[in-house]
Structure formats: C-alpha cells, structure tokens
Design a protein around this ligand. Structure first.
Ligand code: ZN
Length: 421
C-alpha cells in the first residue's frame, strides 16, 4: 500500500552516534542493532477508524526520531509499519455510523497520511495493510496449529472454529511475562481491557490470545489455509514483521498500552513461528493526558493533529511541542504548549534567517559546532529530544552565529526546517 510523501532530508557533514534506546524487556538502554550497518524497525500502525490524536502523533514522531538518528549515524534503515484495517473497533464504528468498513478505513488512512506529511514524518519503506496479508497470516496460523502452538475452540454460530495460541507451549525464545515483567493478575486485567477474552470458555489458559476468528454472519472474511475468517490482532504484526524484515527486528515499537498483551503475544507468536525473538529491543512511548485524563477516543477528550492545524497552528510548532517532551514519559498536554513552542520556533527562525541551506561555505563557529555535537549526543541518548531542543536554545542564548550545517542538522534529525519561512 502507498505510504506518504517523503520529506526532504538534507545531507549533513559528520556522523551521529549510534542511538541507544530503552528496552522494555530488559529495562536498560541498548544499541538494538546487531553492530552491523543495518537497522530494522517495525512500528504498530493505527486501526483506522478515527482521527490521529496527539498520542498517536507523539508515538510516530518518537520512532521518526530514531529513524532519523540511525540515518544520521550512517546506518541503512528498513522500516515497516502496518495498518490494522480490519478489526473489531473498526467494524463496530462502521456499523454504528452506517459506513462501509472499507470506506471508513480508507478515509481514515488518507487523513493519517495527511497528518504524517504535515508533521514531516519519514514514511515507512513498506506500509502494509492487514487486509493485503490475510492469506499469508492464514498460512502462519495453520502452521501454528500443526506445530501444536495453536488449538481450535468450537465456536457456535460460526463457519468453523476459532483458533487460539497456547501461551504455555511457546517457550522457545519466549516466556510469558518476560517482556512486560507483569504479574499474572495484571496480565489478566489488561487482557480483558485491551481486546482479549480471558473469560471465553474452552481456552486452555485464560490469557491465550486469538489467532484466527472463524467467519460470523455479516463479518468480512477470507478463505485461507486455516479456514474462513479473519486474523487475530497479534499474529498480524508477527507475520508482517517477520516476512518483511526478518526476526529479530532491531526495534519493535508502539505506545506503552501495547506492551501487554499486544507486543508480548506478538513476540510469543514469532518465537513459535521462527524460533527467534521478535525484536532486540521493545521500545514504548508514554501516554499523553489532556484535561486530567489519558487522551482517548472513548473518553471524548481528543486533541487531534488535524484540529490543531485547522485552528491555524504551524505544523512545525506541533512537531516542536511534541519533541519538547521525553518520548517515554507520560505527560499532560496543555493548550499553552502551542504558545511556548510558537515562541521558541520564532526565536529559532529569527536566528537562522538568511542562512542558506544550499550554501554551506559559511564559517563554522565554535558555538554552532558545539551545538551540533550536543544535538547528536542528546538524540543518541535514548532519543532525548528535549535535550536536543535545549541545545539549540543554548546556542542562541550564547549569542553564537547560526550556520547552514546546523540548520541542516536540525532539519535532518529533528525534522524542523528553520529560518526560511
Ligand atoms: Zn502491532
């Protein structure tokens, strides 16, 4: 599937350090590459049934920063993102609004692309719709049934049986709880909250996740090797990441609400399919609150990228406001974020005004050189974008002269083009 337009990324002199990122599974900062020149990243995409809110935008920006930092460090990056364009929330929304589910998905994916382009997020090399991969996922589920990692649960009213994953069997390269570090009680609660069905009769373990949902009347279905129906949520990411990038990927990324069950179960599926870990590092972004609670479609306190832009915000300001927070923190959005980011960007633009990105013959000043080193150092330290932003502020406060190289680095690594507006 088409991703979105690739923003310009200027060449910059010098090389950044290889970034270290916080790995949820070990609780430590790691270089998630294998030490070679290739870095691979799989980030869980949206379920396209509602507008991109700031929490989503912050997540994709965090992994955009990692993508940019890897490239600045001279690595070849391969990046894959999926979109869960068939799933219960999407089908429920389509039914509630009387819109065809395919039209709803297509319209929301189009809006997501527009938001990503406005924020100058580098597109994935492959943007994969789950509906294009169902046949392949069906094969993987059939394989898991055969290997004994999956089992059928008789399902009344369906054409065939639902298939579940046996969490106790998949101990090759994986054990339940190793990634999330959660206690079983917490896992049970989160499973119920986040799309699982711990109370479903007939399962071997209440935590066993759905691999395949047999066809029900009125639901979209596909004929595959495992039967007629549609995929469970976690297996789609295992299959797409494994097929496109090979396991283990350097980084499996998403919001912290995906730690359990989604990423943990995806890793379990990959262990059973490929006898390999899904990722070298599991990287998670914090949750953003607004008006005292987590931004959520269901709670109705949405702050959307589109809403901010329609109200006249410069997309660079939205980007800068989000980069001014540490990606892994939970934090609260206040309307004043835009005011302070606007002020900051105006000072950056004024500083860089007249600096020509195409003409790098300008004298490097010690302040600019130090600032560039500091930006690279901060971003390599678990994507410390607030530290990188502060490095620009510090250079301005020190009265240093801006240079074309510095403008290019701010553009290449932070994704913000300054000075020529
Ligand atoms: Zn996923």
């Amino acid at each position: 599937m088409r991703a979105w337009e690739h923003p310009d990324v200027p060449e910059v002199s010098g090389v950044g350090s290889r970034p270290r990122v916080h790995d949820t599974a070990t609780g430590s900062p790691v270089d998630p590459t294998d030490g070679g020149e290739r870095a691979t990243m799989y980030v869980c995409g949206i379920t396209p049934y509602d507008a991109t809110h700031l929490g989503h935008a912050a997540t994709y920006l965090a992994f955009d920063t990692l993508n940019r930092a890897w490239r600045d460090a001279g690595l070849d990056v391969e990046y894959v993102q999926n979109t869960t364009d068939v799933d219960d929330p999407l089908l429920e929304r389509a039914a509630a609004t009387g819109v065809d589910w395919r039209e709803l998905a297509a319209s929301q994916i189009a809006l997501f692309r527009r938001d990503m382009e406005a924020l100058r997020v580098l597109p994935p090399d492959e943007y994969v719709a789950v509906t294009d991969e169902v046949e392949r996922i069906g094969e993987a589920v059939a394989f898991l049934l055969e290997s004994g990692h999956g089992y059928r649960v008789p399902t009344e009213g369906a054409d065939g049986d639902d298939v579940y994953f046996d969490v106790q069997r998949a101990t090759d390269a994986w054990s339940l709880g190793a990634e999330s570090g959660l206690a079983r009680d917490t896992m049970l609660a989160l499973s119920a909250e986040r799309g699982g069905d711990p109370d479903r009769p007939g399962k071997r373990d209440p935590l066993d996740p759905l691999l395949w949902r047999a066809a029900r009347p009125g639901e979209p279905t596909w004929d595959t090797a495992v039967g007629t129906g549609r995929p469970g949520w976690h297996i789609e990411c295992s299959v797409i990441a494994g097929d496109r990038l090979g396991a283990p990927v350097s980084v499996q990324g998403g919001g912290s609400d995906l730690v359990f069950p989604h990423h943990e179960m995806s890793a379990g599926h990959t262990a059973a399919l490929a006898h390999a870990p899904l990722a070298r590092a599991y990287v998670h972004t914090g949750m953003i609150a607004y008006q005292g609670t987590k931004i959520s479609k269901s709670l109705g306190n949405l702050v959307t990228v589109r809403g901010l832009l329609d109200d006249g915000a410069d997309p660079r300001v939205v980007r800068l406001a989000l980069l001014s927070h540490r990606y892994s923190d939970d934090w609260e959005w206040f309307d004043s974020e835009l005011t302070s980011a606007t002020t900051r960007l105006a000072s950056w633009d004024a500083w860089a005004r007249g600096v020509d990105l195409e003409d790098r013959g300008d004298a490097d000043t010690s302040v600019a050189v130090a600032s560039m080193a500091r930006i690279r150092e901060r971003v390599a330290d678990d994507l410390d974008t607030p530290g990188a932003v502060a490095a620009v502020d510090t250079a301005i406060a020190a009265g240093g002269t801006c240079t074309g190289e510095l403008v290019a680095l701010v553009d290449a690594v932070l994704g913000i083009r300054i000075g020529r507006h």
